[in-house]
Design a protein. Structure first.
Length: 309
């Protein structure tokens, strides 16, 4: 029999833990028919509620349920990496516990794997239920990544993905501390089937991702899979040097021909402020890449485990 590992990152999701378990087991008849065993790995990302206790309660009645509990909150990227690292299955699927990743799609996803695909990935064709501002900036982010990165990152892509053991091992070989899994999926390659579905709202609770967290996450993606911002900073610097040189020539010629004194200190102040702003902007870009490099060379563990079974 094949083993399917279901990796479920959780952060303060005590309400959704049992609902996810029940929704997943609605596919039990299909799993039995295809001779697929299950292991369900809940990754508790340092929750402050009873998430771990709910998982333990499920474990008492089903030994297929496992828990990896972090010593503190390390973030979803660390939780997904921990899940992949602890999964033993021939196939591994990443799923959100809030049921925005419908377990009902698993039979279709597994059927595509039988056709020879290395992974089956999902993407939302709509963002129904999301704030319009968040949806707009999300679409802009994916358009930007298509232009500045060679790594394929599909618009509307979810972390909900079924993978072969070979692809999982390839992802685990990338030990980087600053992780952007959506980009890593595209970077490692392998033959992928994309499965589209309508956006599903959370079963219980509220999302942990606010606009600021999503913005910082997008910066991680840009710096992890593109060096175009560094090139942009260089181009802007060269452009302003050329403009400055031309202005110097213009002022000298004007003085020699017309003898006019150089005037207009308000405009001069504005120019100084603008160029200073550009300088700080370019320095900030360099700082982002330097900060990522600094965190990488520390070689800290991606996560620390407090409890595991």
């Amino acid at each position: 029999m094949s083993l399917l590992s279901v990796v479920v990152p959780c952060y303060n999701e005590e309400e959704n833990v049992p609902f996810f378990y029940e929704a997943l087991l609605k596919n039990q008849a299909f799993f039995d028919e295809k001779k697929i065993d299950l292991e369900i790995l809940y990754i508790d990302d340092g929750s402050g509620d009873r998430t771990a206790a709910e998982v333990k309660r499920l474990r008492e009645k089903d030994e297929r349920v496992h828990l990896v509990s972090f010593s503190r909150n390390f973030g979803k990227e660390a939780a997904m990496f921990a899940g992949l690292e602890n999964a033993k299955g021939d196939y591994v699927v990443l799923m959100d516990v809030d049921l925005q990743d419908p377990p009902s799609l698993l039979p279709e996803m597994l059927s595509y794997m039988e056709q020879g695909y290395d992974s089956v990935a999902t993407r939302r064709v709509s963002r129904k239920g999301e704030p319009p501002v968040r949806s707009f900036f999300a679409r802009m982010f994916y358009k930007l990544m298509k232009r500045i990165s060679r790594t394929e990152i599909m618009d509307g892509a979810r972390d909900y993905r079924l993978m072969t053991r070979q692809m999982v091992d390839a992802i685990l070989a990338m030990k980087e501390y600053n992780r952007f899994t959506k980009g890593i999926f595209g970077w490692v390659g392998f033959q992928t089937k994309w499965l589209e579905y309508e956006n599903v709202e959370r079963a219980k609770g509220e999302t942990k991702w606010n606009f600021w967290k999503l913005f910082l996450y997008s910066l991680d993606g840009i710096t992890a899979f593109s060096t175009v911002p560094l090139m942009l900073a260089s181009v802007v610097g060269v452009f302003f040097c050329i403009v400055a040189f031309l202005m110097i020539v213009f002022i000298i010629v004007r003085k020699m021909i017309f003898g006019d004194p150089v005037s207009g200190w308000p405009s001069l102040v504005c120019i100084i402020l603008m160029t200073s702003g550009v300088q700080f902007f370019c320095t900030g870009i360099l700082g982002q890449y330097l900060a990522k490099t600094y965190m990488e060379v520390k070689r800290r563990p991606i996560y620390l485990v407090k409890e595991q079974f």
